[in-house]
Design a protein around this ligand. Sequence first.
Ligand SMILES: *Cc1c(COP(=O)(O)O)cnc(C)c1O
Length: 447
Amino acid sequence: MTDLTDATERREHILRAAVRQGLLDPGRSLLAGFVDLDGVARTVGALRAAFPGSLSVLHAFAAKANSLVPVLAELREHGMGCEVATGGELARALAAGFPPERIVFDSPAKTRAELEWALELGVAINADNFQELDRIDSILAGRDPASRIGVRVNPQVGGGTIAAMSTATRTSKFGIPLSDPDSRREVLRAFRDRPWLTWVHTHAGSQGCPLDLMARGVAEAVAFADEVNRVLGRRQVTGIDIGGGLPVNFADDEVTPGFGTYVDLLRAHAPDLFSGRYGIVTEFGRAVLAKNGFTAAYVEYTKTAGGRPIALTHAGVQVATRTVFAPEAWPLRITAHAPDGGAKHGSPVRQDIAGPACFAGDLLARDRALPLLEPGDLVVLPDTGAYYFSTPFHYNSLPEPAVYGVRVDGDGRVDFTLVRPAQDPYELTGPDGRTVLAPRPGGLVRH
Ligand SMILES: *Cc1c(COP(=O)(O)O)cnc(C)c1O
């Protein structure tokens, strides 16, 4: 009997079903992504349970972590909101059915047209800088906005182990720095001059940032909100958007740290956040989706070079871009499977797991001890539900793989729904934006 609460066995069970149902096929479908929708429901439940029910909290999923519209719609059905950072993400959130007031628009480079659109819809906005505030003034032209509007502050508490993920450094490009000379006074003045400015936003960083650092960043934002209200002598700031950034454990199946651990730290560092004086928005992305998705790909060939076994697979830089370009920062687990999806149990052999792209660095893992892979086997990349298959890299004209939503019922039956069709690499688009030619293996040409 398969224990489908065990994450490893659950992935294997789903993989076997995917092969049986033809979603993975060595001839036609070499690579696919899977989102465990039962797992997503559980994770959202854990997130909601971590915050006291007495507070007004909107959990806005960071769309960039997985921007597939059916996945966003699923999160909406679980009561989440959506954080977007471009016009394209805003379009996806609207297509997924989020009501405008449950969408939060963060971006350091919002255009005038994007701001006009968001203000017209009533989408919440976090302004990144003084020039953006001036632009909002000019669009509002004295009217009261329908949108909740806040300012993103940079608490300048420092960075984590991955520089590219650290947004609260002294010189970060995000938000208005709170400790630069005169800066704090200027933001205070911005609040004084704009009674509709009612939220304070911060997002101290993502993967690689210590929880303690993130919690200190939030504490700075809360302290600043208290200061605005004290100095202005009115309760102008009514909400704090604490951002996302809860890191994910990529080493094994344990879900750690949990949302509760972070909330405990927030209570310790920023007790006023829980005073009931402020509404709260969160913007978690990776922690909601990463462990609820995996990628699977066939091994096409194997070889040995310089004494090292190498498996050439169909998953590489096109789906694991960060892992390939920054392997130290973004290591992924890999599991080895037989052609039917069953786990391989041979004794571990150190081998390179390579992708299909034409550059030497296209490796998912170097010198990784796994049962020796053979042509026709499958490799699985767990923990790829966020920032992997929904953020493709189009090197070598490699297509985006199909992605399936997965549900497993009480009898172990696996139900797949397509959440994104595979891109057709043979469909070429002409300069007029229309399909002009589709030469493909077998010599077929379609118009
Ligand atoms: C990327 C981002 C998030 C989500 O970060 P995760 O690490 O995926 O939780 C939230 N807020 C903002 C402003 C972001 O840029």
